[in-house]
Design a protein around this ligand. Structure first.
Ligand code: ADP
Length: 394
């Protein structure tokens, strides 16, 4: 193929990619598409996207191809190539990072990558730099060319608009959902408060109405903190630590917190943790939150006399934690929706207080650790939630 033909082919491919980028408002798949396209166009060994968190003033890896260890890593604006690109709004090619003082070595160390050369372009949407698209190590040991720079620049422009739209959509979608969810408990609170003001209300009725108001207000309270938590996780603003974590300790701590309420409800709780466990890499506090949610749910939706069992095992580079119960189970048609925000199973919900956000939050946390969460259940016979977390490879 002549150079001209090759160039036309690449430009045509670029137009095609641009079209597919604009066809989704779903942030995670969009970011993955962008890095894949960037890798294809730049013929590099790996590509990544870092988005700017304006509050912390740091950049964060949000998606990458062939760089499994890079999730979680934050990069400062000062003393990094990506930071330089964000601050100047200019693209940059660094043929040899060893001789460039801007190169941020820690990211290589933390992710187990060996960067030789970098091609980085800013993601600019409506005159704001929202992040950086980076390609590292041109395949075959070659250097990044002016043509690579141009192609990635055009891709970066298209990508920035699509990412900005997805971020805005995430926000607008949320606002509508939140308002909708908050309305129901608020309407009950107003209705019951009005009833309490009626002259013919008896003291017994008054107490009963106050109970409903309290119950609904507690629900609202729980919802508001969950809203915040989930938005931070979804938008990547929640900072997750990246430490070696002993899941045995994390599970025991969650069990200790929940033991009193499990015992009061006469539910059996057993925990089986092998004596020595390999570490996972992540945020102990967040993983504690996941375990609390799963065990709490199992206890919350079980009936007196039911059993909850927490077991830990290993599978092909993953640590698995299963939380099983002999509770009411979940109908098959509800299973695909369990990790969606606000989803609650009407039949099981009963009197249990909840926002319907716990499992959505748990999924965000587990996936941010590179893991998976799944559920199996048989209506009437109990439920098992299984979390798989990659083992610490360092
Ligand atoms: P919440 O408990 O706040 O409602 P979650 O997102 O934690 O929200 O759970 C969503 C729904 O899934 C619950 O409302 C309940 O209907 C169902 N659920 C969760 N765990 C279990 C379980 N162990 N057994 C039966 N149903 C469950």
């Amino acid at each position: 193929m002549s150079t001209l033909q090759a160039r036309v082919a690449k430009l045509e491919r670029l137009i095609e990619i641009g079209r597919t980028l604009n066809s989704t408002l779903n942030l995670r798949p969009l970011l993955n598409r962008i890095v894949q396209a960037a890798q294809e166009l730049s013929q590099s060994e790996a590509c990544s996207i870092l988005l700017l968190d304006r509050r912390s003033g740091q950049l964060r890896f949000e998606a990458a191809t062939d760089l499994p260890g890079v999730r979680f890593i934050t990069v400062p604006l000062e003393g990094s190539i990506a930071g330089w690109v964000v601050q100047t709004g200019e693209p940059l090619v660094v043929p040899d990072v060893r001789s460039d003082p801007r190169f941020y070595r820690l990211a290589d160390e933390q992710s187990g990558t060996r960067t030789r050369s970098v091609l980085a372009v800013p993601l600019i949407a409506r005159d704001n730099v929202i992040g950086v698209l980076e390609a590292i190590n041109k395949r075959g040991g070659a250097e990044f060319s002016t043509e690579d720079l141009e192609l990635l620049g055009v891709l970066g422009n298209q990508a920035a608009v699509a990412v900005q739209n997805a971020l805005l959509f995430l926000q607008s979608d949320w606002v509508a959902e939140i308002v909708h969810e908050v309305r129901t408990p608020l309407a009950s609170i107003i209705a019951y408060a009005e009833l309490m003001q009626r002259p013919d209300v008896t003291p017994a009725q008054s107490r009963q109405f106050a109970d409903v108001i309290l119950h609904e207000a507690e629900r609202l309270n729980e919802m508001t903190s969950d809203f915040l938590d989930l938005t931070r996780l979804e938008s990547g603003r929640a900072h997750l630590a990246r430490d070696p974590v002993d899941m045995g300790t994390v599970i025991r701590m969650a069990v200790n917190v929940l033991k009193p309420q499990v015992e009061t409800r006469q539910i059996g709780l057993s925990v089986e943790i092998p004596a020595s466990l390999p570490h996972v890499l992540g945020d102990a506090h967040r993983l504690h939150q996941v375990m609390l949610n799963l065990i709490n749910n199992a206890a919350k939706y079980c009936r007196p006399g039911d059993q909850v069992r927490v077991t830990v095992g290993g599978e092909l580079g993953y640590l698995t934690v299963s939380v099983s119960d002999t509770g009411p189970g979940i109908p098959a048609e509800a299973l695909p929706h369990m990790f969606e925000r606000f989803y609650r199973v009407a039949a099981v919900e009963g009197q249990a207080i909840g926002s319907g956000l716990g499992l959505a939050i748990a999924r965000q946390i587990v996936e941010a650790h590179g893991g998976t969460i799944s559920v199996t259940s048989e209506a009437g016979h109990g439920t098992t939630f299984k979390v798989m977390l990659p083992l610490d490879a360092t």
